[in-house]
Write a protein that binds this ligand. Structure first.
Ligand SMILES: Cc1cc2nc3c(=O)[nH]c(=O)nc-3n(C[C@H](O)[C@H](O)[C@H](O)COP(=O)(O)OP(=O)(O)OC[C@H]3O[C@@H](n4cnc5c(N)ncnc54)[C@H](O)[C@@H]3O)c2cc1C
Ligand SMILES: Cc1cc2nc3c(=O)[nH]c(=O)nc-3n(C[C@H](O)[C@H](O)[C@H](O)COP(=O)(O)O)c2cc1C
Length: 545
């Protein structure tokens, strides 16, 4: 992105995060691209593919904005942008297959004749050269991993912190379907400062059982030491485990996402190593553009992992360099910090919903990070990263309205701790929503105490405690006048956090109706009012899938 002026042909693949925001690794260059002084790009040919999710209102915003900005800078679009959608039946691959099939001819049409010969276009039977080499080391060396901790990892060194887990408490009743944990960490070194609204990144590790199953399946020896190097000695942006001696066991336990869901290329790659003709044929089909719907049903819907797919194709023996090339690193999961340093600067807490679900074919699945966290005892030391979150408190004299169903309550617990430690604080209004007061009223006693002290207006929606369903948006509608007046006359900031799906849209619909009914706005005016609120950070969302 930094040298666009010198480029003649660029294909952009761009995701969207937050609420229509650029991904972290694009933020800086995007800011630069928006500057008036950014040079014209009249010699650049481009196409954009967006990775998005249509359950977000700002569907593929960044891909669309990037496309428009490039056009505005005079660049030539050689192929209409593609907009991949996580929600598509077939996932991102549906749109990608269509877009890719047009990309190759489009690239060839603008490529100089001399270059065309070098282009390998989606070779069906040809295995491309490996991107890395794995050297087996003769002399074992220690690399200092420590059992259940994730002591490896993560982004820029200054963001990384060592913490110790102090307590790990279930805060839903034992008979409730979901296990939600309140986890307290204390910093092991001088505490860094974080703000209410920030998030913590935690990279999980694989279980010994799964690692051993993989090693057994592939006939690899746990204690063999290897060193992974990029082909050609490239040392730039390589995975963190490259270029250092590591046992095969540790490589698979701490780094490679063996429980992640494979993509089409995995099957294409496996097909080259299949001995059995039936397996080869099936793998080739899965790896082909035509097979994307079946791969989606087999892999994504059923949440099959790399490990599990190897079990389904027992005749395939994939070499370790190819395995390392295709299986990505375990990615850190983000959790909203649910505590404020105003209460205790030396620690942070998170509120974790342990992910457990059944697939359409009734296979039981567990979230990698949350099921690992659930098992961690007090005293475990971990590496975490602190990151700026998507929501921020206003000045104390501005009223706030917080809508946090389920674990969406996490950042608002931090907000309330912070606001309660401040002077001359305006009104705090909180809408919480769970299934039942008796079973999963997260932090209920804390919030009720604040209400009793006059520090909080609390509105609870327990969806299953009565014959009809009641959600946070129901309660907002009941409080419509108060909320509309607080927003317009009180200049309140409104926050929505939690598991996405339809909730953010339903809540915004309730806000729109409240403004129409009590602030004399038409539907269009109420919509416009909310969109200005979003632009000016008076309506902030922190939602996750
Ligand atoms: C900014 C931000 C803040 C967050 N804050 C919190 C927080 O405070 N608390 C919290 O608990 N989480 C929070 N999350 C979510 C968290 O990061 C993890 O995604 C989540 O905990 C699951 O991680 P995992 O490794 O256990 O699951 P994974 O192994 O990553 O599996 C999760 C995947 O499983 C699938 N899945 C999950 N449930 C179902 C289901 N019922 N049916 C079908 N498929 C399903 C989905 O594809 C999902 O993407 C936040 C996310 C973001 C981006
Ligand atoms: C916190 C979060 C916010 C997101 N916001 C949007 C959004 O505003 N618009 C959109 O189209 N997709 C959104 N998505 C979906 C991602 O763009 C999509 O899942 C994409 O595949 C992510 O790719 P990446 O993980 O490589 O960045 C969001 C996903 C997450 C986890």
């Amino acid at each position: 992105m930094d040298n666009l002026v010198d480029e003649s042909l660029v294909v952009f693949v761009c995701s969207t995060t937050g609420q229509g925001d650029p991904p972290a690794n694009m933020k800086k260059s995007w800011r630069r691209m928006l500057q008036k002084s950014f040079p014209r790009l009249e010699d650049l040919c481009f196409s954009v593919f967006g990775l998005g999710d249509s359950s977000y209102a700002e569907f593929n915003f960044m891909a669309k904005k990037l496309h428009n900005r490039l056009l505005g800078l005079g660049a030539e679009c050689i192929l209409t942008r593609g907009l991949g959608d996580d929600q598509d039946d077939g996932g991102m691959d549906k749109e990608l297959s269509v877009w890719l099939s047009k990309l190759w001819p489009a690239l060839c049409s603008v490529m100089p004749e001399t270059k065309k010969a070098e282009v390998v276009m989606d070779p069906p039977d040809q295995l491309l050269p490996p991107l890395c080499v794995v050297e087996v080391l003769s002399k074992p060396e220690q690399n200092g991993q420590n059992g259940q901790s994730n002591s490896h990892f993560l982004p820029a060194a200054e963001l990384i912190h060592r913490v110790e887990l102090c307590s790990n408490t279930r805060i839903t009743s034992a008979e409730h379907f979901q296990d939600v944990r309140h986890i307290v960490f204390k910093f092991l070194h001088a505490p860094p400062s974080y703000q209410a609204g920030d998030v913590v990144g935690i990279a999980p590790i694989n279980t010994d059982d799964n690692v051993n199953s993989l090693l057994q399946r592939l006939n690899w020896k746990a204690e063999d030491y290897v060193q992974v190097k990029a082909v050609g000695g490239h040392t730039g942006d390589v995975p963190i485990y490259f270029n250092k001696p590591i046992s095969i066991f540790d490589l698979c336990k701490y780094y490679l996402d063996i429980m992640g869901t494979p993509r089409r290329y995995w099957f294409e790659l496996l097909s080259h190593f299949a001995e059995d003709e039936d397996e080869k044929e099936r793998l080739q089909y899965f790896g082909s553009a035509e097979g994307y719907l079946d791969v989606y049903s087999y892999c994504n819907k059923e949440k099959r992992s790399y490990l599990e797919t190897l079990g389904d194709f027992p005749g395939v023996q994939i070499p370790i360099d190819r395995f390392v090339e295709v299986v990505p690193c375990i990615r850190p999961r983000l959790f909203s910090i649910s505590s404020s340093q105003a209460v205790d600067a030396s620690q942070l807490t998170i509120t974790v919903g342990i992910v457990e679900f059944k697939t359409p074919y009734k296979r039981e699945r567990h979230g990698l990070c949350t099921s690992w966290l659930a098992e961690l005892p007090a005293g475990t030391q971990l590496t975490v990263s602190l990151q700026e979150g998507g929501i921020r408190l206003p000045d104390p004299d501005v009223p706030i309205v917080m809508v946090g169903p389920g674990t969406g309550i996490a950042p608002f617990r931090a907000f309330l701790q912070e606001r309660c430690a401040q002077e001359n604080v305006a009104e705090n209004v909180l809408f919480v929503g769970t299934r039942s007061k008796a079973k999963d009223y997260l932090y209920g006693p804390e919030f009720e105490q604040l209400q009793a002290q006059g520090k909080l207006s609390l509105h609870t929606a327990f969806s299953r405690d009565q014959p009809h369903k009641v959600y946070v948006q129901t309660r907002i509608s009941e409080q419509a006048k108060k909320i509309a007046d607080l927003i317009v006359d009180g200049n309140a900031t409104v926050y929505i956090a939690g598991n996405a799906k339809n909730m953010p849209e339903d809540v915004q619909e309730a806000l729109r109706s409240a403004l129409q009914a009590h602030q004399d706005m038409t539907e269009a005016e109420a919509k416009q009012y909310l969109s200005v609120m979003k632009r000016t950070q008076r309506l902030q969302l922190d939602t996750w899938a």
